[in-house]
Design a binder for this molecule. Structure first.
Ligand code: DC
Length: 226
């Protein structure tokens, strides 16, 4: 039962504008914002902290870690690992690559998807990720698929990294993004895929206000239709 409003699903590749769009849309609608990528990143951080960097996807330690992992969101929207705010630590590009690697493990996905469904089922929520419209909430009332040129995405990501004090050359950012995209698209389970009924939005030349405004317009239209 959607007691709190509709579900807005925003999917797309790295740097397509998911997080900033989802945040702005949630704010405009008075909805909750759930960044599911942050959950995969928090799990990757846990694996790194437990010294499991080299572990294979089918290593029993992955099973133990995901079963015991306490990944949640604080009221501020910050992702937490055993109650600790890890929102800054998970921005590390190494964590992003690890998140992409471990997100291909079926059991990791199953556990995190279960949490995402529990948090979003009542509606009034904007979820962003790779598989929200296809797997997590295939019945979402509004599905958006964001795309943008690889170079534009790399430039955005580079700006964010440099704002956080970790500058990187744009060519290297582009290489890492392309690697992550390939892995996210080619994995067997829940690959990055546009749902048949998703609205595709190319953000290459859109301003942030423009992309937020368009999604909010579509959401209000959907809410009005009941
Ligand atoms: O959105 P992001 O870049 O923070 O996500 C980090 C990685 O997590 C991404 O490369 C793939 C994975 N991910 C996923 O498999 N499914 C999601 N719903 C969200 C993220």
């Amino acid at each position: 039962m959607r007691t709190n409003g509709i579900i807005v699903a925003i999917d797309g590749p790295v740097g397509s504008g998911k997080s900033s769009t989802a945040k702005g849309v949630a704010q405009a609608l008075g909805y909750l914002h759930l960044n599911t990528g942050a959950m995969y990143r928090a799990f990757a951080l846990l694996v790194r902290e437990e010294g499991g960097l080299g572990v294979a996807a089918d290593d029993p330690r992955i099973h133990q870690l995901i079963t015991a992992a306490d990944i949640s969101f604080a009221a501020t929207g910050a992702v937490t690992l055993s109650g600790r705010d890890v929102s800054r630590e998970i921005q590390d590009p190494e964590i992003a690559l690890l998140a992409s690697r471990f997100s291909a493990v079926p059991e990791v996905r199953a556990r995190l998807v279960e949490k995402q469904r529990a948090m979003g089922a009542a509606g009034g929520v904007v979820l962003e990720g790779r598989d929200i419209g296809t797997v997590v909430f295939p019945d979402a009332e509004l599905k958006i698929f964001l795309v943008a040129d690889l170079h534009a995405r790399a430039e955005r990501r580079q700006r964010e990294l440099s704002d956080m004090g970790t500058p990187m050359e744009v060519g290297e950012v582009e290489r890492q993004i392309a690697e992550r995209d390939r892995r996210d698209r080619e994995r067997e389970i829940s690959p990055l895929l546009k749902a048949d009924d998703a609205v595709e939005l190319d953000t290459t030349t859109l301003t942030l206000d423009g992309q937020i405004g368009e999604v909010v317009r579509l959401a209000r239209e959907r809410i009005a239709r009941g």
